[in-house]
Design a protein around this ligand. Structure first.
Ligand code: KMH
Ligand code: ZN
Length: 275
């Protein structure tokens, strides 16, 4: 059944430098203001990476807790913390993200080459993340950077059971150099593989860089949801830097409305995701 569109905003990420992308929200105030404005436009989930005083990526526990509290205070958005962090973050700090008690956290389903780096996600680490989320009542969003990650997810759920809330939601992160390409053909292949996952599994998709628009259109037409934001793209159109996360959310909302699948409210999104 085709529903409205779940729109997730990923406003910051861990990859872009504030010096090179001045519009990137890096302070808590900037993040909360961005989140509020994106919610007003139609976003229902915020995927959060935080920065330190030098605008460098951090998984500092105090800051994470403060961030979760401030987002809850200032918005009704579903707060999804990244457990992916930066490629340099140790597993212990990535697991400790769950102690900040977000509504959701990301859970990447395998190792992937990540540009010149490696985004390491060992099987035992994935199992640890999944089972700790079950114990703590945190709803996962399974991040899929390559098609084999869906097979790993099938194995994970078969061996360790459904996530907290019982609903499975995945996010296809497409177009990372080293991962699956951000093309319609690949999105269709990924969507077909969802048949091997529990009935009712939902998916969002995001295309990195120039694959943003093709992936958005393909996802909408395949019944999927959307993730957009400056974590994934800092160029709005050829030669035009993104001015703000709101600009990207507004475009996604426009596309969703054209597809006659308007944005889900935060309450509808909570129901969809089993929160
Ligand atoms: N920054 C990437 C290495 C996630 O948030 O879970 C990992 C990432 C995925 O962004
Ligand atoms: Zn992320």
């Amino acid at each position: 059944m085709t529903t409205g569109t779940l729109i997730t905003v990923a406003p910051t990420g861990a990859e872009s430098a504030k010096a090179e992308v001045p519009a990137l929200p890096v302070t808590l105030d900037e993040l909360v203001l961005t989140a509020k404005e994106c919610e007003a436009l139609g976003a229902a989930v915020v995927h959060v990476h935080i920065r330190d005083d030098e605008a460098k990526p951090t998984l500092d526990q105090g800051r994470l807790r403060e961030t979760v509290a401030a987002l809850r205070d200032g918005t009704d958005l579903i707060v999804q913390l990244s457990s992916g962090g930066a490629v340099t973050d140790p597993e212990s700090a990535r697991l400790a993200v769950l102690d900040a008690a977000p509504d959701m956290a990301s859970c990447t389903m395998g190792t992937v080459n990540f540009g010149d780096d490696v985004f390491l996600n060992r099987w035992e680490f994935i199992v640890d993340l999944h089972t700790r989320m079950q114990e703590k009542g945190v709803v996962p969003e399974y991040e899929i950077f390559d098609l084999g990650h869906l097979t790993a997810l099938q194995r994970l759920l078969g061996k360790h059971g459904l996530p907290h809330g019982g609903h499975v939601h995945v996010d296809f992160v497409m177009g990372v150099p080293g991962g699956m390409p951000g093309t319609t053909a690949t999105l269709v292949a990924a969507e077909q593989m969802l048949r091997d996952l529990p009935e009712g599994t939902t998916f969002s998709a995001t295309g990195i860089g120039r694959s943003t628009i093709p992936v958005m259109l393909a996802s909408l037409s395949a019944g999927g949801h959307l993730r957009v934001g400056m974590e994934d793209t800092v160029t709005y159109a050829k030669g035009r830097p993104v001015e703000s996360n709101m600009q990207l959310v507004a475009r996604a909302v426009g596309f969703a409305q054209l597809a006659q699948r308007p944005p889900l409210t935060t309450a509808e999104a909570r129901t969809l995701l089993g929160l």
